[in-house]
Design a binder for this molecule. Structure first.
Ligand code: APR
Length: 227
């Protein structure tokens, strides 16, 4: 059975109402990224960072998986599908996908600010500054901030190397090392790139461009994947 690896970014959740990162104003929900998504921001003003992610978590919980998330979950019932997502939302899982690798963490989880391997589920939508790990250190969102290592990268690379079909949906490919995954594909891997702004991006030759939103791309993907 062919291996289909799907690499998703914020664009797949846009039609669920979650804003992408790199909007035209360069802001993420009105915040500059370095104000809220860096270790320095946490050092400087942890309460502000906590508040920002509490808002994002509320939005994530209120959002529903859309037809594109559901299409991928359904596809996995027929094909060997692995999802690698840069998204911290859980919409793939709530659509029914169970093979989802989160490269940049998960907003509904927390981690110890002393030990990134001490990870906990968050009950509800709010993490308080008084919530601590067993060692007494404050819990922070379980997300990979700019400047931090991406622990799941090696696993993602192995998945990319094994792909017969690699489908990219809704990412600007501007954030590394995640964007490097495309460099690990086999020479005969079919690469499909779905993004309403696909033609703005430089992608490898032979890439099949689907210049549509994630939801509108579904019939194109069905056609391209038909055997
Ligand atoms: N369907 C598909 N793609 C869409 C849609 C849609 N409805 N709407 C927008 N897009 C595309 C945009 O054209 C853009 O190329 O989604 C992409 C979103 O790009 P970014 O906002 O840069 O998001 P992403 O690539 O996921 O960001 C990567 O950056 O901020 C960090 O850690 C964060 O994981 C994130 C990483």
């Amino acid at each position: 059975m062919r291996k289909i690896v799907v690499f998703t970014g914020a664009g797949i959740s846009a039609e669920s109402g979650l804003q992408t990162f790199r909007g035209t104003d360069g802001l993420w929900e009105g915040y500059r990224i370095e104000e809220v998504a860096t270790p320095e921001a946490w050092q400087r003003d942890p309460a502000r960072v906590q508040h920002f992610y509490n808002l994002r978590r509320k939005a994530c919980i209120a959002a529903q998986p859309n037809a594109a998330h559901c299409y991928l979950a359904d596809l996995a019932k027929l094909e060997d599908v692995q999802i690698i997502t840069q998204n911290i939302d859980d919409l793939h899982e709530r659509a029914g996908s169970d093979r989802v690798l989160h490269l940049h963490g998960q907003i509904r989880m927390s981690q110890s600010s002393l030990d990134s391997k001490a990870i906990y589920s968050i009950a509800g939508d709010t993490l308080l500054m008084t919530d601590c790990c067993e060692r007494g250190a404050p819990l922070r969102p379980h997300v990979v901030w700019f400047g931090e290592a991406v622990p799941a990268m090696d696993v993602a690379i192995a998945m990319a190397e094994g792909a017969d079909v690699f489908i990219v949906i809704g990412t600007s490919l501007q954030v590394y090392p995640a964007a490097n995954l495309l460099h690990y594909l086999k020479s005969d891997c079919t690469l499909i790139f779905v993004d309403p702004n696909a033609s703005n991006y430089s992608v490898p030759a032979k890439t099949v461009l689907v210049e549509q939103t994630a939801i509108k791309s579904i019939p194109y993907l069905q056609n391209l994947l038909a055997k």
